[in-house]
Design a protein around this ligand. Sequence first.
Ligand code: ATP
Ligand code: MG
Length: 444
Amino acid sequence: VAEQREIADSTHTVAILSTGDEVVEGRTVDTNASYIADRVAQLGYDVVCKLVVGDFPDRLEWAWKTALAQADVVISTGGLGPTTDDLTNETLARVAGVDLVLDEAEVAKIRGFFARVGRPMPENNVRQAMLPAGSEVVPNNLGTAPGYRLAIPTDTRRPVGVVLPGVPREMRAMLEETVLPWLAARLGPARAVVSRTFQTFGMGESAIDEAVAGLVPPEEARLAFRAAFPQVAVRVSAHGTREEAERRVKLYGDKIAARLGSVIYAEGSTTMEACVGELLRERGKTLATAESCTGGMVGNRLTNVPGSSTYYIGGVVAYSNKLKEKLLGVSRTTLSMFGAVSEETAREMAIGARRVTGADIAVATTGIAGPDGGTPDKPVGTVAVALAADGYGEDGAKSKIYQLWGNREWVKVLTSQVALDWVRRALLGLNPLESGFGQKKGKR
Ligand code: ATP
Ligand code: MG
């Protein structure tokens, strides 16, 4: 009961309303709602719900009434255009019990817009400047339809509707320039949301959940997991005054970091390849790749990072056995005795790549990405990863076989992630053999 009361009394709830047949029917993905939700949640608002309805007067009215009953601020997008299926202004006027009045300043702006592009203004464009009485305009500098804000008071509450166009570019600019500053000011200094995000690799979502169980008291901070293959992000957030929220997020973030240890590869939104690049740069080391099943994906990811030429020398995509022999010096005996997908081959690939390029570190991948090519001995998803560096093993390399899962693309991405994580671990002086998921078949 107490909790329900708190929500009803709070002045920081937002509901999001997306309108348009194309959105409700799935032809247009509702990116507006995601964008708005993310931005207002970052400010410290509680996003209560998102509604999506088509261009029908009765459904729009239902959605507006429902949203206004749930939240103190309702932000709607779409239905502001000049065509007859654009019904937002009429609907809101009806719900608020006010008339539509012509906003002369906005008409002048729309006329000016058409004059600048040298076209006559169709008369129905005037419709866009017919706003519910009492509206406060949210200027649209990129299009013709003005947005606005309208208080729709009831006996007990004073919710506000915020109306924005559906065109994402216009909506975003108006949200950033006018609506978010207003929402921030309305919130006051007493409520902030602070968060820390950790990027992890090597442990599944549920394993992480178990590992951190009990660390964060729910009344102090919130813990959220976001699995964005192949990594899992762990986010700890708290709200309250800024100072208090920051204190809690620091405290519980540190606890999580200590518990998860080297499974965390970065804090913030850093990618694995950026993290590896940063470590290579810091330590002044160079890297080379020898790829079979990943087909260059490891090199591709590495070179997606600006400035990678300072540490990434290059790589060999040796897909055929012939190229593995010719370019990397993998011995024919190794290939015929152990096969292309074996720790032995992976090691010789890594060692060969290091020899050929002169890199400090070389990482190699070879595996069966599927869907064909699996055998009882080496089913689809069998992948060998090896890393060659100074002081590694008797022959200069470490290797391991993984049993990965999923379709071809998945196996490739996962393998590239394991390979990059090997490099990261090697640079941190950790054991690469401890990286990655999958049932480990053996190690050397
Ligand atoms: P217009 O003046 O262009 O008619 P409008 O405010 O009436 O603007 P809509 O007609 O609903 O908005 O949509 C305009 C464009 O914005 C369309 O291309 C539509 O696909 C896109 N759009 C509408 N709603 C969304 C949404 N929720 N998410 C992403 N795109 C959207
Ligand atoms: Mg429209």
